[in-house]
Design a protein around this ligand. Sequence first.
Ligand code: 4AD
Ligand code: MG
Length: 435
Amino acid sequence: MPSGGTASWTPVRELLSLRTLPRASVRGWVSGKAGVGGVVFVILRDGTGYIQVSAKKGVASPEVFEGIRGVPRESVVEVAGPVREDRRAPGGTELVAEDFRVVSRAEPWPITRTAVTSPSFLYDMRHLSIRGRKSIATMKIRSEIMGACSDFFRAEGFTLISAPTFVQAAVEGGATLFEVQYFGKKAYLSQSAQFYEEAALAGLEKVWICQPAFRAERSRTAKHLTEFWMVEAERAFADQDANMALQERLVAFVVDRVLERRQGELDALGRKLTRPGLPLERISYDELRAAAASKGVEFAWGEDVPAEAERLVSMARESPFFVTDFPLSARSFYHMTYEDRPEVTRSADLIAPEGYGELATGGQRISEFYPLLQRIKSQELPPEAFSWYLDLRRFGMPYHSGFGMGVERITRWVAGLKNIRSASLFPRTMTRVSP
Ligand code: 4AD
Ligand code: MG
């Protein structure tokens, strides 16, 4: 067996593609065990996949046979032996153990069928339950999505920036702010990096960011976390039409990338994902309101779209779609409106099909000083709280737009997850800040 280093250990994924080898050494975790007659099987998991390891009584040495037979689940082991094709093995390949060593012996695995009495137990045990096949597949898809966003924005000439998470201005209203003590002053955890992106435009023109956002969200739904990651982009000299075009290109790029590189993970989750055809459908807030009413869900013009209305309209669709032209009363103060319709904003939500809900929100911002000051005053917000944000309009601010897309939201839709919690390795919700 190789000692130390990494050169002589073969990743499982490589073994599965090579299919036969006179001898290979692998190491990883015992993810499952079985025995029939005189043969014992272990499903060995490393960071790249799963492979069946077998030992036959009388063929393997007694130490190897007994070692494999007695090894507890989730122990870390090293195995070496010939690799051969076997149609009965999951993945079609098997390693026949000639050498076997336990590196770290595990205690009895606590997540048993009888122990799991509620979904919350799995989240109490999240530090262990993330080893499950579905969690692993989800995290690989999430990683692929974040990588795809990075590749997309790089190719489009955007600069990646960072912004503080201790802030003093409320981007998305005071109701969902987490307050923190900041050396005797009040500070908040950032809801969105949008204002910092807008400041960065003057030097960089096209920026994007991916970092945590915090919302003291009092809703216990399948789509709300209190801490989540957000991809945000902001562009100078771009109107709301250009903003939507950018978002739909991003979504198509992300889906293509996942289909191309993570089909195995989609299969493990039982998810059938298809690339949305572009352009994505655009329906107005007024049209959505009428469509919801025809299905029996009514709400007053000017209100935010109720979750049930959004769900009903999205169930009738197979691709994400934009809902445009939201009333100002349902939007944050910085939104630009139409000259001839001052009560309607140049904004849109990108909604996932099949009831997965909102993926992104974007819009064109007010780029002039007096109109923005006027808006802040008319909404009875304190102008001092937005002094530097207002300042940006005094020193050269072109028309501009941007959007924010929740990483766990898009992961949930792409991976087809029931609850957004599964899209986060360690989710934070109203009732959970541990593990
Ligand atoms: O719609 P939101 O609140 O928009 C903004 O924050 C803008 N300032 C973004 C911008 O224009 N730069 O949040 C943006 C996205 C939502 O569409 C949703 O995907 C996600 O962030 N999001 C959440 N994800 C999980 N849990 C929550 N509580 C979320 N709140 C928003
Ligand atoms: Mg929104």
